[in-house]
Design a protein around this ligand. Structure first.
Ligand code: HMG
Ligand code: MG
Length: 297
């Protein structure tokens, strides 16, 4: 078995840090991630720069980025303006990001659940016409800070519509990190009943309640083989109250190494990068694996 790690540290990780790193440091971070063996690295976002000032340098970052062979560098794109900017800077992979709930759609996208599809449809259509690969996220898959628990059927409805636009994969986001393995089972059951199998799905767990790794294992046992993670466990969403960092890539790799599942990632090299980054961000990595390995590196 092999698991593909979809690394989101440079995007989901850095979008929520109070320290804004210089563009050269971001490029070095991405270079080090590729060197450690990661093959999909979400690099940045072409969102409105005042909405996420931490990633306002997306164009400059991509222009200065040395792309390693065999590595994909997707970026977040919410709308046609974002797509235009992404196309101008040599992007080959994008990700749109929808919400399962009205409250988060309004706060994160300034749209309703229904009108988000009108925003995404021309993005996906034009991106596919340019030969780009388009992934979709669906956020608030288990609960929403304003609306409480979210019904699996509501997530499946939004997720299917995002896939139907022409996206190759749907990443299920536990944006505020409250889900548990039972919730994951129920959601995957609902997707299966809705005709969407594990081959079209990825998982994206934030680790607020320490459940991200257990949730990931549950998803792997259900046949999912693409897992989102953030090196050092940094991250969160500035528009979701109580969101904390993603599942740390090191925590994931430690578990997968133990299970004999191939990832192609060098754990020590990755942890060394997290320690380097933690020094620059001015706070220790929340990853237990990084903390444990720090004594040896
Ligand atoms: P809006 O205010 O409705 O935008 O924001 P608009 O369409 O009304 O346009 C207003 C002005 O903004 C226009 O300029 C546009 O050109 C400009 P004007 O004509 O007034 O001079 N504009 C842009 N400029 C640059 N780049 C753009 C862009 N778009 C419009 N792309 C919008 C709507 C979607 C833009 C805004 O809500 C936005 O940027 N939201 C992004 C928020 C975000 O990045 N959140 C974090 C990522 S999501 C996440 O972290 C969750 C995830 O990790 C999964 C999980 O954990 O669940 C993916
Ligand atoms: Mg996220």
């Amino acid at each position: 078995m092999r698991v593909t790690i979809y690394e989101v540290g440079p995007r989901d990780g850095l979008q929520n840090e109070s320290a804004v790193l210089p563009v050269e440091v971001k490029a070095e971070f991405i270079r080090r991630l590729a060197e450690a063996g990661l093959t999909t690295i979400e690099a940045t976002s072409f969102v409105h720069p005042t909405w996420v000032p931490q990633l306002a340098d997306a164009a400059e970052l991509l222009d200065g980025l040395t792309r390693a062979p065999g590595v994909r560098y997707p970026v977040l794109v919410p709308n046609e303006r974002g797509l235009d900017r992404a196309l101008e800077h040599g992007v080959t992979d994008i990700a749109i990001f929808g919400s399962a709930t009205e409250s988060f759609a309004r706060r994160n996208l300034n749209r309703t659940v229904e009108s988000q599809f009108e925003m995404f449809a021309p993005v996906v259509e034009r991106a596919l016409a340019h030969g780009l690969r388009v992934r979709a996220y669906v956020s608030m898959c288990f609960a929403d800070p304003w609306e409480g628990p979210v019904a699996p059927a509501q997530v499946v409805e939004v997720g299917r519509r995002l896939l139907d636009l022409g996206c190759y994969e749907l990443s299920l986001g536990d944006t505020i990190g409250v889900g548990t393995p039972g919730h994951v089972e129920a959601l995957l059951d609902a997707f299966e009943a809705g005709g969407v199998g594990p081959d079209r799905l990825a998982v994206h767990f934030h680790d607020t309640y320490g459940q991200a790794l257990a949730n990931t294992l549950t998803a792997l046992r259900r046949g999912i083989t693409v897992v989102d993670a953030s090196t050092g466990g940094i991250g969160g969403c500035p528009y979701a109250k109580s969101a904390t960092g993603n599942l740390a890539t090191e925590d994931l790799v430690w578990m997968l190494d133990g299970l004999g599942v191939e990832t192609g990632v060098d754990l020590r090299s990755l942890a060394a990068t997290s320690l380097w980054l933690a020094g620059l961000l001015g706070r220790p990595s929340p990853s237990r694996v990084v903390q444990a390995l720090a004594k040896e590196i």
